[in-house]
Ligand binder design. Structure first.
Ligand SMILES: *[C@@H]1O[C@H](CO)[C@@H](O)[C@H](O)[C@H]1NC(C)=O
Ligand SMILES: *[C@@H]1O[C@H](CO)[C@@H](O)[C@H](O)[C@H]1NC(C)=O
Ligand SMILES: *[C@@H]1O[C@H](CO)[C@@H](O)[C@H](O)[C@H]1NC(C)=O
Ligand SMILES: *[C@@H]1O[C@H](CO)[C@@H](O)[C@H](O)[C@H]1NC(C)=O
Ligand SMILES: *[C@@H]1O[C@H](CO)[C@@H](O)[C@H](O)[C@H]1NC(C)=O
Ligand SMILES: *[C@@H]1O[C@H](CO)[C@@H](O)[C@H](O)[C@H]1NC(C)=O
Ligand SMILES: *[C@@H]1O[C@H](CO)[C@@H](O)[C@H](O)[C@H]1NC(C)=O
Ligand SMILES: *[C@@H]1O[C@H](CO)[C@@H](O)[C@H](O)[C@H]1NC(C)=O
Ligand SMILES: *[C@@H]1O[C@H](CO)[C@@H](O)[C@H](O)[C@H]1NC(C)=O
Ligand SMILES: *[C@@H]1O[C@H](CO)[C@@H](O)[C@H](O)[C@H]1NC(C)=O
Length: 826
């Protein structure tokens, strides 16, 4: 999900510059590692990662300690807008360190942040401790925040240092107190980021030095009436090396309640029906004076006992250093699946690429064995936080397809299991609950993309293609009674050929908005189904879904004009008349800052988090016909230029992802190369403000990774557009096929990166593509994954400074359905 528009509007209102809070040493260390790296296979890739990229400017990135796809991501929770807990902004207060977070979601109230712990100095003893959120919050010590893959650290302004490292469902926290102080800790039961506590319990076992707690909390991006359960187990004695002193429980609010029960061990609190969230509660305990305190934490979605087992099984008696070492080695294995020629790559590119690849491995959260509610007791893999598929089908899953079929297959298994349990595949699974749908069932494009790449290996990878296909048909043909959280409103879509505005629907309900963008997304989802139908030889379905995938044309109003361009996507009534919306509405050029553009019931624009200017360029499977609708190649090129130059492009918004490479389809690949350079320069960087908006579960990270590698994927197909890499050489290892493809970029000139415009005379435009010694059969504008990566080998991309000469696909523009594209499955 995306909050980018409100973020943009906020930025227009007042541009905030914050002092970069992460320690300056983080970036220095990264540059030193890059400078010291050779290009052997012994590289420590984790040393190139800056986890703080996207922790400001509403990137909502979680810099917490985690393993790849870990359920646990330890970071601090700050006051103010901070959906991932942490934000770089030094003026925010810290309320504690907590084990569960999502990264890059735009949920306005935040997600997880349960079971926060905060170390305290209570010079006046137990009763004097500041336990409530407001009384305990503190600023940080300036410029000391630190993080690297598997590690997070923050020092409070009272000089208490907090550190954490993680396993999948557990981890260790280490606190260093000023010499001579008595260590106190407050631990939250009720508080989480969205203040959604709906009842729970806490038990202290002073002899075992163990606190078990947990309960029910509310969805962060879904129906507020739905609750999920989560539990934690805090082991306080560090294997007997620490001695508990006092312990007890507390309750509090902001209006004078600040009660503590020394020696009490039990809390059992229900949802407070009147003003619930402001009622706070938890544990308070202290240790005999000790400079360093280590606390072991386990979490579980099943029970507090399971949380303890998870801590015992995964962390056991390992030291902080051992756990960190293991986490780092898991990250290195992941990050090393894409290797580059580090010594010859501009350092900023290396830092951006590996930080992006890192975030591409942070979510979804692997909660296998921890499924709850409708999904519990499943034998399938289980992932929490598919947050959301509308964001991730475009680049996140296509990047996974290049090197990690095993992980991809596990996630597909979890999508299919969602269909088994609910009847439709999840669109947005947030906090183990169904979240809001956005464009319909974008999971269709995710599982079909997998099938396109790995149908030969699907069975070995544990995916049954017939089941996958049945799940697709359910999304495409079965109308759920309520389509806000499942499936799509296909009954009216099938009847009219588009989702009409103000439609009579006698058999299902859902928020009656976004008719234009829902039609466009439904059509592309249908294309995903069509691709699998073709693959499996389901000829009738293939024809039916091919036809449906062209229904994007049904919301094209040829009469609407904007900025001198004619023809725009528009919402449409049942009787066929169009309902006019100014195409600039909800674009960055919309002067009306109070217009609702997202999921609000008052969004009457017809498009989700986008303008018609933006969505009118969206038919990734049939761009050639879109060009035709717009009046041909020349007009299309002018329109694309205007789209960027007049400021309609939104780098941080998913429907805009494909537009910079749109020139390829009008036979001008060099113009795509120029645009991508501009997009990267204007929007991405290596600092906390280095993302154009929220990361959207690494949608942004993976878009940048593709831009840097000079590739762009067409979802639900194996076609990749070829652009100009930002590195002279890279190798992609496929961990399942055991193949490696090395791409060598001839004539690479670092002068072509790090600037908004490629200087004249600098080689940056693709002249030729050679695969294992043969000129690519599909020319220089695109390749098929089966040709370039499936078998592995050596690819040479030759660049030239002759922009004009290279600005032509030599008769081979990428596929569109209407020009006979995707005629056969590979
Ligand atoms: C908490 O209290 C409820 C009644 O309010 C009771 O049903 C439940 O068993 C108690 N749970 C625990 C763990 O004490
Ligand atoms: C914990 O580990 C033990 C021994 O390795 C194993 O038998 C058990 O299944 C594990 N329990 C869980 C819940 O993972
Ligand atoms: C490693 O670096 C050397 C010197 O910079 C370069 O010639 C060579 O091609 C690089 N090898 C790889 C595999 O990137
Ligand atoms: C998820 O966890 C399960 C259980 O530990 C493991 O088998 C699987 O490989 C993990 N998958 C990913 C993508 O982390
Ligand atoms: C395609 O869809 C349209 C509109 O629903 C319908 O009229 C037409 O018959 C369909 N064509 C095929 C080949 O299914
Ligand atoms: C179609 O329906 C809309 C909404 O009821 C109405 O405003 C419009 O005039 C109708 N168009 C025609 C051609 O009847
Ligand atoms: C801005 O949009 C809102 C919601 O559509 C509308 O109520 C308001 O009149 C608009 N303001 C202006 C100045 O157009
Ligand atoms: C755009 O140009 C390409 C290459 O010359 C051509 O194949 C294609 O048909 C043109 N598209 C349109 C819609 O005219
Ligand atoms: C890849 O190599 C591993 C380890 O040697 C082996 O188990 C696996 O079967 C291989 N995969 C394929 C598709 O050959
Ligand atoms: C690298 O990024 C830093 C921080 O954004 C910037 O100041 C510097 O100019 C960049 N260097 C290059 C060569 O682009």
């Amino acid at each position: 999900m995306d909050r980018v528009l409100s973020a943009i509007l906020l930025l227009q209102a007042f541009f905030v510059t914050t002092v970069a809070q992460p320690s300056p040493e983080v970036q220095q260390r990264i540059f030193q590692a890059i400078a010291g790296a050779g290009n052997s296979s012994e590289i420590d890739y984790s040393a190139f990662v800056n986890p703080f990229i996207g922790t400001d400017n509403d990137g909502n990135v979680c810099p917490g300690a985690s393993i790849p796809f870990g359920m646990v991501k330890f970071t601090t929770d700050m006051t103010g807008y901070a959906p991932a807990g942490y934000v770089a902004d030094a003026s925010r207060f810290v309320r504690g360190l907590s084990p569960l977070h999502d990264s890059g979601t735009g949920s306005s109230l935040g997600t997880y942040g349960n079971f926060e712990i905060l170390p305290l100095l209570c010079p006046g003893g137990f009763e004097s401790c500041t336990t409530t959120l407001l009384s305990r919050q503190r600023l940080r010590k300036r410029n000391t925040d630190d993080a690297s893959p598997g590690y997070f650290s923050l020092t409070l302004d009272n000089n208490i240092k907090m550190e954490a490292t993680a396993t999948r469902r557990a981890g260790l926290e280490r606190f260093t107190f000023p010499t001579g102080s008595k260590p106190y800790f407050v631990l939250d039961l009720a508080n989480d980021l969205p203040a959604s506590f709906a009842g729970g319990t806490l038990d202290i076992d002073p002899d075992a030095g163990r606190i078990k707690l947990g309960g029910s909390y509310g969805s962060s991006f879904g129906p507020g009436r739905l609750n999920y359960q989560v539990f934690a187990c805090y082991d306080l004695l560090n294997g007997g090396q620490q001695t508990l002193s006092e312990y007890g429980v507390w309750t509090g609010d902001t209006f004078g309640l600040d009660a503590k029960g020394l020696g009490q061990t039990h809390l059992n609190l229900t949802l407070n029906l009147i003003g619930g969230p402001i009622y706070q509660s938890g544990a308070l305990f202290s240790f005999e004076p000790e400079e360093e305190i280590v606390i072991r934490v386990g979490v579980s979605f099943i029970s507090a006992d399971q949380a303890c087992v998870n801590a015992e099984n995964e962390t056991g008696m390992s030291t902080f250093e051992d756990v960190l070492e293991e986490a780092r080695s898991q990250w290195n294995e992941r990050l090393g699946r894409i290797e580059i020629d580090v010594p010859n790559t501009p350092p900023n590119v290396t830092a951006m690429l590996y930080s992006s690849l890192y975030r591409a491995g942070l979510t979804p959260n692997n909660a296998t064995g921890e499924a709850q509610g409708q999904f519990k007791d499943t034998t399938a893999y289980y992932f929490d936080s598919f947050y959301c598929s509308w964001d991730t089908f475009r680049t996140f899953f296509p990047l996974l397809a290049l090197h990690s079929p095993v992980e991809y297959a596990q996630m597909v298994d979890s999508y299919i299991d969602g269909w088994r349990k609910r009847g439709w595949m999840p669109e947005c699974r947030a906090n183990n609950l169904p979240g809001w749908t956005q464009g319909g069932s974008s999971a269709d494009n995710i599982v079909s993309h997998f099938a396109m790449y790995y149908h030969n290996e699907a069975a070995d990878l544990g995916v049954d293609l017939d089941e996958l296909y049945a799940a697709l048909l359910a999304d495409g043909d079965l109308n759920p009674p309520e389509w806000n959280i499942d499936g799509r409103q296909v009954n009216v879509y099938k009847k009219y050929g588009y989702v009409p505005f103000a439609v009579l629907d006698v058999s299902s309900t859902g928020r009656q908005t976004r008719e234009g963008s829902r039609t466009l997304e439904y059509a592309f989802e249908d294309f995903g189904i069509r691709q699998v139908a073709q693959l499996l030889g389901k000829t009738d379905d293939e024809a039916r879904y091919t036809n449906r995938s062209l229904w994007y044309r049904n919301v094209w109003d040829p009469e609407v004009e904007s900025d001198g361009f004619k023809g725009f996507m528009q919402k449409r009534f049942m009787n066929g008349s169009f309902a006019f919306t100014d195409p600039a509405n909800c674009s960055p050029n919309d002067r009306n800052q109070s217009r609702p553009c997202s999921l609000q019931v008052t969004n009457v624009n017809g498009f989700y988090e986008s303008s018609s200017w933006e969505y009118s360029l969206y038919a990734p499977h049939d761009t050639d016909y879109l060009i035709h609708l717009m009046g041909g190649n020349e007009t299309f090129l002018k329109r694309l230029d205007h789209f960027f130059d007049a400021g309609y492009y939104l780098a941080g918004n998913e429907p805009s992802f494909q537009t910079p490479v749109g020139y390829h389809y009008a036979n001008h690949p060099a113009q795509s190369v120029d645009r991508v350079r501009e997009v990267v320069f204007d929007n991405f960087g290596i600092t906390a403000i280095g993302l154009p908006g929220n990361d959207d579960q690494a949608a942004m990270a993976t878009l940048l990774a593709f831009h840097l590698l000079g590739l762009y994927p067409v979802p639900s197909t194996t076609q990749l557009l070829i652009l100009s890499p930002f590195t002279p050489k890279y190798t992609i290892h496929n961990t399942y096929l055991n193949t490696s493809t090395t791409v060598t970029v001839l004539n690479f000139d670092p002068e072509s990166t790090g600037k908004r415009k490629i200087p004249p005379g600098v080689a940056a435009y693709v002249k030729s593509v050679t695969i294992n010694g043969e000129v690519s059969v599909s020319g220089r504008c695109y390749v098929d994954w089966y040709d370039m990566f499936r078998e592995g080998g050596e690819v040479v991309i030759e660049l030239t400074e002759d922009r004009e000469g290279a600005d032509d696909c030599e008769g081979m523009v990428p596929d569109s359905l209407s020009t006979g594209g995707w005629a056969e499955a590979r």
